[in-house]
Design a protein around this ligand. Structure first.
Ligand SMILES: NC(=O)c1ccc[n+]([C@@H]2O[C@H](COP(=O)([O-])OP(=O)(O)OC[C@H]3O[C@@H](n4cnc5c(N)ncnc54)[C@H](O)[C@@H]3O)[C@@H](O)[C@H]2O)c1
Length: 326
């Protein structure tokens, strides 16, 4: 892993950039709205908690606007982005942050498995993120690029018993980033994921006391907001400048956030693949992935194009992960 340290000069490049964020009324999203505002950015944020959302927008002034937006509704999200463009002229950064955790374990032995359970975690945490990213890309393209920042969780890559559906939804966010970031980079759009560990918001009220007794590391909401600022500004400074420890281009990254600090972990997961998958498995996998990534390759069984393999590199090395350090 690589410790990533915020470079304040780069963060200042956020001045007058336009941020669209979901789930900004409380917790991490609220801290992010405040932090982006403190760097001079313009923020349009949505949430389902209208009272707290409107209150925050009023408190911060005319460069921050709130609009009711249920992240699970495509129409609501379309309207949120349209409002951002109308108010501020463009969209530069998208933070898909809205999330819910349902603390009743539907896989517990005493759960009523004959009644269809709520899938709200999948709907908000995964479907909502996909909606934000898809609509957001439509706007970022108009500017010739921009940044997508997706909030996953420690549950995005690690076992989290009793939070099974939440874990599936957050793994989905990492899968979504891996599916998208290479093709998005062709349009100068970055896609990065935040994986906060325990962060003191209302979402974790139930475990706070036990956590503290064990002396485990905690984040404040602003620590995760700072990681958003890192992702939103990493590629926007003068050539060669980035945040401490960050490799460029800063896309396809996963930031593990614990004890108030951010650590990039995806580069080494990719770089060490020959070790954990085996060199020969890794090499042949690279060849298959190169074939699939080739723009001439078609998934359409009825319209197969011939010769797709001809132009495919023997070994595909992601330009984004090639420079990862040990
Ligand atoms: N707190 C943690 O320890 C922790 C750890 C890992 C990941 N996360 C993730 O961080 C993100 C923010 O969570 P938080 O900890 O700040 O909790 P939070 O509950 O304070 O914030 C979540 C926000 O999302 C909003 N929201 C919920 N459903 C929505 C919907 N359908 N549409 C729009 N907005 C909606 C809520 O009203 C709230 O303002 C979530 O994606 C969460 O899963 C939190």
């Amino acid at each position: 892993m690589t410790h990533i340290v915020l470079n304040q000069d780069l963060a200042k490049t956020l001045k007058d950039r336009v941020i669209v964020l979901t789930g900004g009324s409380t917790g991490i999203g609220r801290a992010a709205v405040e932090l982006f505002h403190s760097y001079g950015a313009k923020v349009m944020f949505g949430d389902v908690n209208d009272e707290l959302g409107k209150g925050l927008a009023t408190q911060l002034g005319s460069s921050v606007e709130y609009r009711h937006c249920n992240a699970t509704s495509y129409a609501d999200q379309l309207a949120l982005f349209a409002e951002a463009e109308k108010a501020f002229g463009k969209v530069d950064v998208v933070c898909a942050n809205a999330g819910v955790g349902v603390h009743a374990d539907i896989f517990a032995p005493d759960a009523d498995w004959q009644t269809e359970p709520s899938m709200i975690e999948i709907d908000v945490n995964l479907k909502g993120v996909l909606f934000s990213a898809r609509i957001g890309m439509g706007y970022l393209r108009k500017n010739g690029g921009g940044d997508l920042i997706l909030t996953s969780s420690i549950a995005g890559w690690k076992e989290c018993s009793h939070l099974v559906t939440y874990t599936a939804s957050k793994h989905g966010v990492i899968g979504f980033m891996r599916g998208l970031y290479q093709q998005a980079w062709e349009e100068k759009i970055t896609v990065n994921v935040l994986c906060p560990w325990m962060t003191k918001t209302r979402m974790v009220l139930g475990i706070e006391v036990g956590w503290r007794k064990l002396g485990l590391p905690e984040n404040e909401a602003i620590d995760v907001a700072r990681a958003m600022v890192i992702c939103a500004s990493a590629n926007r400074g003068p050539a060669g400048q980035s945040h401490g420890g960050a490799v460029s281009p800063f896309t396809g990254k996963i930031l593990h956030i614990a004890g108030g600090e951010a650590y990039e972990i995806e580069d080494n997961i990719q770089r060490l693949e020959p070790q954990w998958l085996g060199e020969s498995n890794s090499a042949v996998l690279a060849k298959g992935q190169a074939f699939l990534a080739d723009p001439h390759t078609s998934w359409d069984a009825d319209a197969q194009k011939t010769g797709a393999q001809v132009g495919t590199q023997e070994v595909f090395v992601s330009p984004v992960h090639a420079t990862a350090t040990a």
